[in-house]
Design a protein around this ligand. Structure first.
Ligand code: SF4
Length: 276
């Protein structure tokens, strides 16, 4: 089978940095805890666990040692709890996520009600929430109706949302008529390039595979976008999950992967698919 791989796919700089930092701290420290899974990839998390990394849900579960903040960041409340417990912090928050946190604080201090366009359950959004009081999360049109009127609004975005969704939501927010609307583009260029190259590729192939963790928001976003243009799009974690009957009658396959998908997973998938 002919296999085409998206120009931009796989690990992003923020994820690479978080994994590298986890590995380095594991070499030097006795106890390293990650606040939530380091990345949304079961194989990588399992390997780091074998190397000694303990994944915890909350700071209360850590008795001593180092706490690794993953690339999605953590809330100010969590950081404060870590400091109060006298634990060491290994901060792998992606610089682009830090920028969103900083902007939320600055906008709020400048008198704006802060709106973040994104998923309220995503750790990045939850982490940003504490940087300004009363942050409004807009996932879709229904949330826009809940925004306060007669105020200055400062709009930012979860880094991995699509530019189309960001633009659509900003347009709908603008229609409600606020005294002032300030929009700051906080989209991640790496995520955008992955989305652009995935969409471009999926239009040219018979079947499209999006590789990555089922809980990875950016992988799910890639699959959702590809599905719009190619109904034969499948979100899989690895080669083992492929049901080969879907390849029947297909000649050209496209492959892309989320920002938390290791190169080995992509390479294994591609080389096996080329042999079909
Ligand atoms: S997808 Fe972008 S914002 Fe998220 S960790 Fe990677 S580089 Fe940072």
């Amino acid at each position: 089978m002919k296999v085409l791989v998206a120009e931009k796919c796989g690990f992003c700089l923020g994820v690479k940095n978080a994994i590298k930092m986890a590995q380095e701290f594991l070499k030097e420290r006795h106890e390293v805890h990650s606040l939530g899974p380091v990345i949304h990839n079961e194989d990588v998390v399992a390997q780091l666990a074998r190397d000694g990394l303990k994944t915890v849900d909350k700071v209360e579960d850590v008795a001593g040692g180092t706490v690794l903040i993953r690339s999605h960041g953590a809330s100010l409340e969590q950081i404060e709890k870590i400091k109060q417990k006298g634990l060491e912090i290994a901060d792998a928050t992606c610089v682009l996520v830090k920028r969103v946190q900083k902007l939320a604080k600055q906008l709020s201090e400048g008198g704006y009600k802060v709106v973040i366009i994104g998923d309220k359950n995503h750790p990045e959004v939850q982490g940003v929430m504490g940087y300004a009081p009363d942050i409004y999360v807009v996932a879709d049109e229904a949330d826009i109706a809940k925004l306060p009127r007669e105020c200055k609004l400062g709009v930012i975005c979860q880094t991995t949302q699509s530019p189309e969704h960001f633009g659509e939501m900003v347009g709908k927010i603008a229609k409600r008529g606020f005294s002032e609307l300030k929009v700051v583009n906080t989209l991640c260029r790496e995520a955008m390039l992955r989305q652009e190259s995935a969409v471009e590729l999926c239009k040219r192939v018979d079947v499209m595979f999006v590789l990555g963790g089922l809980h990875s928001a950016n992988t799910r976003k890639l699959a959702e976008m590809c599905k719009k243009y190619n109904k034969n799009t499948f979100h899989l974690q690895n080669w083992a999950e492929l049901d080969k009957t879907i390849l029947s009658g297909k000649e050209v396959a496209g492959v892309t992967a989320g920002a938390s998908t290791p190169d080995e997973v992509i390479q294994e998938f591609v080389s096996n698919l080329e042999k079909v």
